[in-house]
Design a protein around this ligand. Structure first.
Ligand code: PLP
Length: 400
């Protein structure tokens, strides 16, 4: 018999990867699909970064590095945290990983016992609940409504914390809503957390540099430094420097946790790619102009696409503070009928309808824990975004 472990049987593949696969399949059949599915910058990696990788290869930096990352890489992360976040860590409190994704997974694997609860504010990044399940933990979803800015409030946090809570996850700016926590939001959450010194807090800061309207980049630990001993920061170069394929992320936190993490990594993935580390060092230490110029492009796309979406009958979207997605509300369309008489009962039905009739691929809100919404990525050209909105308008006008 073909047996797999229950920890795998109990999880689902990433819904955004499945949607991307479906869009590609249709493309191969010759359909002109605009895919607004994946969450990755459409820019090329800055050339100084690529050059640093090439130079590393020529210098022969093609061997194993220290398991927790080369010293130069950890030093670059240490400086980045000081320069950009005003946070201070020792090199032995930093571990370099195969993307932020591996950092999150390994952090869970190193700390979660069967039945431990992990509080995940919804809408959430699709991978958190399944990673928790794969580690035999229990995801506890804390709903955060659009009226609350899609953010976890102190009252909601208090209502979901129990003596089994192991982790609270904070992802700011958020995938999929772009919601960003401000100083006062953090202070309010920290007041609740003061009663729970055993709860670990994971901040997923991967979108920290993609933020709009000149909003300040405040970290939980800037607002509540007393939480430092219970907090693990997750970040990486994927989104900020258009380096999704290089697979460099990191985890930073109290030594005992990073040490356990490091031990686990030494017996699993091992060190992150040496050449990619050399590239990431240049990303952090080198010229930062790419961060500014790409941010300006995202800002323009976000403003334009937001206006287009809010002009479409039946759709609405609150301005995201950051990240490169729009989380579009579609409750007015639920219950409507397509030309062939099919009733759109869920956001998933609407997403399928848009794929079939508008040739536009987006991801249903159900994947992120809050319906009826859909997520569209704006990490693609203005022309594509315009055409997509036109197609959506035409297809929705046909609903009865
Ligand atoms: N965290 C969030 C919220 C993300 O959206 C993503 C990527 O989509 C990741 C982490 C993973 O980033 P990486 O490519 O560094 O693994």
């Amino acid at each position: 018999t073909q047996r797999i472990a229950s920890r795998v049987a109990n999880i689902k593949p990433s819904p955004s990867s499945s949607a991307a696969d479906r869009a590609n399949e249709l493309r191969q059949q010759g359909r002109d699909i605009i895919s607004l599915v994946v969450g990755e910058p459409d820019f090329d990696t800055p050339s100084n970064v690529g050059k640093a990788a090439w130079e590393a290869i020529q210098r022969g930096e093609t061997r194993y590095t220290a398991n927790s990352g080369s010293q130069a890489m950890r030093q670059a992360i240490k400086s980045k945290l000081e320069r950009e976040n005003n946070l201070h860590y020792n090199e032995n409190e930093i571990v370099v990983t195969n993307g932020a994704k591996a950092a999150i997974f390994t952090a869970f694997l190193a700390t979660i016992e069967a039945g431990d609860e992990v509080v995940i504010p919804a809408p959430y990044w699709v991978s958190y609940p399944d990673m928790v399940i794969a580690c035999e933990g229990t995801p506890v979803i804390a709903q955060c409504s659009e009226a609350e800015g899609f953010k976890l409030t102190a009252e909601r946090l208090r209502s979901v914390l129990t003596d089994k809570t192991r982790w609270l996850i904070i992802n700011s700016p958020s995938n999929p809503t772009g919601a960003s926590y401000h100083h006062d939001d953090y202070v309010a959450l920290a007041e609740v957390l003061a009663d729970y010194p055993d709860v670990l807090i994971m901040t997923d800061d991967i979108y920290e540099h993609i933020r709009y309207d000149n909003q300040e980049n405040v970290h939980l630990l800037n607002a509540a430094p007393q939480l430092k001993d219970q907090t693990v920061l997750i970040n990486g170069v994927s989104k900020t420097y258009a380096m999704t394929g290089w697979r460099i992320g990191f985890a930073v936190g109290p030594f005992y946790l990073i040490d356990a993490f490091q031990k686990l990594q030494s017996q699993s993935a091992g060190n992150a790619c040496s050449v990619s580390q050399a590239a990431a060092i240049e990303a952090y230490n080198g010229d930062q102009s790419f961060v500014k110029t790409s941010q300006a492009v995202y800002q323009q796309r976000r403003n334009d696409t937001l206006a287009l979406i809010n002009n479409i009958d039946g759709l609405h979207c609150s301005p995201p503070d950051g990240a490169f997605y729009l989380y579009v509300g579609c409750e007015k369309l639920i219950g409507m009928q397509t030309e062939d008489g099919t009733v759109l009962e869920t956001d998933n039905d609407l997403v399928l309808y848009l794929l079939e009739k508008a040739n536009v691929a987006v991801v249903a809100g159900s994947a992120y824990g809050l319906s009826p919404y859909f997520r569209m990525s704006i990490a693609t050209s203005q022309t594509q975004l315009h055409t997509a909105c036109e197609r959506i308008t035409t297809a929705l006008a046909k609903l009865k």
